[in-house]
Write a protein that binds this ligand. Structure first.
Ligand code: AP5
Length: 215
C-alpha cells in the first residue's frame, strides 16, 4: 500500500503514521524527519535546509524530490510506504507520480486530515518528543505515562522543535494554505482522496483512516 498523509502542521500526520507502521508494517517517509536528520548530520542538504526550516518556509522542490526518490528505492519500501509531509506543492505531486510511474507503481490513497487552525496552533505549541526514539507527546493531551520517562524507550531526555513557535507556525500555516492545500483538489480529481476529521481523539482518527483506506 502506498499512502500519502496530507494535512497542515500539527494535523497529526506523524502521530497517525506511527499507528499505520504498527498495523501495516510499511515504513514512514517523513521529509521533515529526513531534512532534520540532514541538518543534525551537517550534510550539504542539511546546511541548505536549516535556515529555511527554522523560518517555516518550504525547502526547494529539487532537494525534497531528490531525497524521496532515493528513499523509495530502498528495499524496505518494496511493499509500500507512508508519505508524511510530501508532496507539499503541485510540482512535488507531479514528481512523485512520475517517480512511481517510472517503476510501474501508483498511489493507493491520499488521506487528508482536517483540523481547525486554533487547534493546530495549540497542538504545535505543546508538542515535545523523546530525544532518544522520537516518540511524540503533548504538554496537555499526551503526556508520558510516567512523568519524565518515555513510554517507548524509557529515556528521560526530551526535546522541542525549533520551528514549533508562534511566529514560525504562522508562516507554516500560510504556506500550507498557499502551496499545499491545492493538492486536495489535485487528488480529489484523481479519485484517490479521502478526508477524515482530524479533530477527534487520536484513536478515533486512526479508525477513520483505516476505514478510508478500505473504502
Ligand atoms: P514537517 O516535519 O513535515 O512538519 P509539518 O508538516 O509542519 O507537520 P508537523 O510534524 O508539525 O505535524 P504533524 O501533522 O506530523 O503532527 P503530529 O503528529 O506531530 O516539516 C517541517 C519543515 O520541513 C517544513 O516547515 C519545511 O521547512 C520542511 N519540509 C518538510 N517536508 C517538505 C517538503 N515536502 N517540501 C518542502 N519543505 C519541506 O502532532 C502534533 C501534536 O498534536 C503532537 O503533540 C501530538 O501528540 C498531538 N496530536 C496529534 N493528533 C492529535 C489528536 N487527534 N488529538 C489531540 N492531539 C493530537
Amino acid at each position: 500500500m502506498r499512502l500519502i498523509l496530507l494535512g497542515a502542521p500539527g494535523a497529526g500526520k506523524g502521530t497517525q503514521a506511527q499507528r499505520l507502521i504498527e498495523k501495516h508494517g510499511i515504513p514512514q517517509l517523513s521529509t521533515g524527519d529526513m531534512l532534520r536528520a540532514a541538518v543534525a548530520q551537517g550534510t550539504d542538504v542539511g546546511k541548505r535546509a536549516k535556515a529555511v526550516m527554522d523560518a517555516g518556509a518550504l525547502v526547494s522542490d529539487e532537494i525534497v524530490n531528490q531525497i524521496v526518490s532515493e528513499r523509495i528505492d530502498q528495499p524496505d519500501c518494496e511493499n509500500g510506504f507512508i508519505l508524511d509531509g510530501y508532496p507539499r506543492t503541485l510540482n512535488q505531486a507531479d514528481s512523485v507520480e512520475a517517480m512511481l510511474a517510472a517503476k510501474g507503481l501508483h498511489l493507493d490513497r491520499v488521506i487528508e486530515m482536517r483540523v481547525d487552525d486554533d487547534v493546530l496552533v495549540r497542538r504545535v505549541a505543546g508538542r515535545f518528543s523523546c530525544a532518544h526514539c522520537g516518540t511524540v507527546y503533548h504538554d496537555e493531551d499526551k503526556r508520558p505515562k510516567t512523568e519524565g520517562v518515555c513510554d517507548s524507550c524509557g529515556s528521560t531526555e526530551f526535546k522541542r522543535r525549533p520551528d514549533d513557535n508562534a511566529d514560525t507556525m504562522r508562516t507554516r500555516l500560510r504556506n500550507y494554505y498557499k502551496d499545499t492545500s491545492p493538492l486536495v483538489g489535485y487528488y480529489h480529481c484523481k479519485g484517490t482522496l479521502r478526508t477524515v476529521d482530524g479533530m477527534k481523539p487520536i484513536d478515533e482518527v486512526a479508525q477513520s483512516i483505516e476505514a478510508a483506506i478500505k473504502g
